[in-house]
Design a binder for this molecule. Structure first.
Ligand code: COA
Length: 335
């Protein structure tokens, strides 16, 4: 009996980020406001984290609303109509329904007709995971254009009385359109996880424990900050270098560095360990925005583009890492 041959999908030769957009919540929250609920000070927070202010979403600024606003800007930047999007990937840990995926509602509101739509959970590393998947989908033929969104309303799961997390985490959204390109615009992803350190950043308990406790308290984020700090500062610089190597890029070729905006000291430590040359522009959005988890890389990247620090055609290294511990990095061409 002869085997029936199945057609294999074929995609574009290469993929690239074609456009970026972001949404920053209206309300700016200075350290002086955060310290009202924790035993801390503006000086301590700035010294240990580099954070001066952050933005916390208001009641109208939902995960869906912030995502749609960021996506519309990304589509406009890419010059792409929403109907050309075949797939919407939303990276988030703060959409409060486990099902259905918020990506489906976002796709519908944007008018993407029948796009595939799903959420991914890779915490602060989620956006770079999404870009890696979108790159493979466009080249593999399962989608023509993919919208990748990183969005968080972390204040919904933040314990404002916890001095280890209250000053760090914040809200916002960023989005990127990934589509076909005649030249390589997204390099190989370097990604992985270290589940042995699962407990370092996590929600305190799962919903069944909350119900069993009889106390309807949101399962808040907890973090062993010092251990995370050590891991991120050392291990992630090596991942950054591996990502450049796999893309065939030397430090001299690099123009822009967009690390996850976790803490200014981690950003500085990574830049030092990687021996980044002085000409490389480094994203430092954390000072104004705090740590917005999955939204932090596209928010910081978009800001650098808007402010002219990252120019179209420049070469940028994106690297994101967080709970899991999960990480992902790639070299991309600035749209
Ligand atoms: N305000 C004032 N003092 C604080 C404080 C706060 N919010 N939190 C802790 N402290 C105190 C501690 O009690 C301790 O005091 P002691 O020396 O008298 O015992 C001291 O500061 C040092 O505590 P430690 O936890 O070792 O602080 P740190 O230098 O590690 O800084 C973080 C804390 C959270 C800023 C830091 O660990 C960090 O940024 N980690 C990475 C977090 C991160 O980026 N996570 C996201 C990754 S996705």
């Amino acid at each position: 009996m002869s085997r029936t041959e199945i057609q294999s999908p074929t995609g574009a030769p290469y993929a690239a980020i074609l456009g970026i957009g972001s949404y920053r919540p209206d309300r700016l929250v200075p350290n002086s406001e955060v310290v009202e609920a924790i035993d801390s000070s503006d000086e301590w927070i700035q010294q240990r984290s580099g954070i001066k202010t952050r933005r916390w979403a208001g009641p109208e600024e939902s995960v869906q609303m912030m995502s749609v606003e960021a996506s519309r800007k990304a589509l406009a930047h890419a010059g792409i109509d929403a109907r050309q999007i075949d797939c919407v990937i939303v990276a988030t840990v703060s959409h409060m329904l486990q099902t259905p995926a918020i990506a489906t509602a976002i796709a519908h509101e944007l008018g993407t007709d029948q796009a595939a739509a799903f959420d991914i959970s890779a915490a602060c590393a989620g956006f770079c995971h999404g870009v890696a998947m979108a790159n493979d989908m466009v080249r593999g033929g399962s989608a023509g254009h993919v919208l990748v969104i990183g969005v968080e309303r972390l204040t919904d799961i933040l314990d404002l009385h916890d001095r280890g997390t209250a000053f760090i985490f914040a809200d916002g959204a960023g989005a990127a359109v990934v589509g076909p390109s005649e030249t390589p615009g997204i390099g190989p992803v370097v990604w992985g996880s270290d589940g042995e350190q699962f407990d370092l950043i996590r929600q305190r308990e799962d919903w069944r424990d909350v119900i069993a406790s009889g106390e309807p308290v949101m399962p808040h984020l907890t973090m062993q900050g010092n251990s995370v700090f050590r891991w991120a500062s050392f291990a992630m610089a090596k991942i950054g270098q591996q990502t450049l190597d796999r893309a065939g890029i030397s430090l001299d070729d690099l123009d822009v560095f967009v690390p996850h905006q976790a803490n200014m000291r981690i950003i500085d430590a990574m830049a030092r360990s990687m021996k980044l040359p002085a000409h490389v522009k480094i994203a430092r959005d954390v000072a104004d925005m705090g740590n917005t988890s999955a939204a932090s890389v596209p928010l910081a990247f978009d800001r650098m583009i808007q402010e002219g620090e990252a120019k179209p055609g420049d070469t940028a290294l994106l690297i994101a890492f967080g709970a899991g511990l999960a990480y992902a990095a790639q070299v991309v061409t600035v749209p």
